[in-house]
Write a protein that binds this ligand. Structure first.
Ligand SMILES: [Zn+2]
Ligand SMILES: [Zn+2]
Length: 244
């Protein structure tokens, strides 16, 4: 069980089922140190709006001693790498995840241009984490995208929900792409963030699938930043301080 899980969806994502208070209560009962509520950006959910993310300054910062981050899993919306949150809303969010998703306004531009869109995005926003780099909702060069993340000090994610999907034989998942995430992180001397991407309470922090893939992926505990809370907190703060 993780003690830090920074990718959790609430009922506001439209296809997730816990309220923010149920999520906090559940995570606290499981002994979590820190969680992030990261609902889909306004371009990926009919239920989130810019004003939801603007509530960051008023949102709970902790729950009975467990740190709570007001996050967003924003969507890349075009070939220039723009995302569905403006600069002012980004400032109100204290954990920013970005990824490419279907059911958004993004139009498939083909492998090269999709890769370019990701790189452009990473070069211009204060992003904490690249969500599910191995999940190709649109085709892109996983190595180049992960390298751009490392170049911009953006954490690569091992997404537990998508590891489960890989294990179940999803055609969108390929173990080699997961391996590429670990290889690029190693090459750049970067740690990896492990997140559940929970949409149900019972998925929060459940990392049992990781045990079955750890060796295959070449991932050891010293590489997982969830095991180093101080370093992770410092990283989050440093990124947030970059926002002008
Ligand atoms: Zn996602
Ligand atoms: Zn997600």
């Amino acid at each position: 069980m993780l003690k830090i899980d920074l990718h959790i969806h609430s009922i506001l994502s439209g296809h997730a089922y816990g309220t923010i208070y149920e999520i906090m209560k559940y995570a606290k009962s499981k002994g979590f140190e820190m969680i992030a509520i990261t609902d889909h950006g306004p371009g990926g959910s009919a239920l989130t709006s810019r004003s939801h993310f603007m509530m960051g300054s008023r949102a709970p910062k902790d729950y009975e001693g467990m740190r709570v981050l007001w996050g967003c899993e924003a969507n890349i919306i075009d070939g220039d790498g723009n995302i569905d949150l403006d600069e002012f809303a980004i400032k109100q969010v204290n954990f920013l995840i970005v990824g490419l998703h279907t059911e958004t306004v993004y139009k498939d531009l083909g492998k090269d241009k999709n890769t370019e869109a990701i790189i452009k995005c990473f070069n211009k926003y204060p992003i904490h984490c690249f969500s599910h780099p191995a999940t190709l909702y649109y085709d892109y060069d996983v190595e180049k995208a992960c390298q751009a993340a490392c170049d911009n000090d953006i954490l690569l994610e091992i997404n537990l929900t998508n590891l489960v999907r890989l294990e179940r034989g999803s055609r969108k998942m390929n173990v080699d792409n997961f391996k590429k995430i670990v290889d690029v992180a190693k090459k750049n001397n970067k740690k990896i963030l492990v997140n559940s991407d929970a949409h149900f309470l019972h998925e929060i922090g459940d990392d049992t699938v990781l045990g079955r893939f750890r060796d295959k992926l070449g991932l050891d505990d010293s590489m997982i930043i969830n095991n180093f809370p101080e370093e992770l907190n410092e990283f989050i703060k440093k990124k947030n301080d970059q926002k002008v």
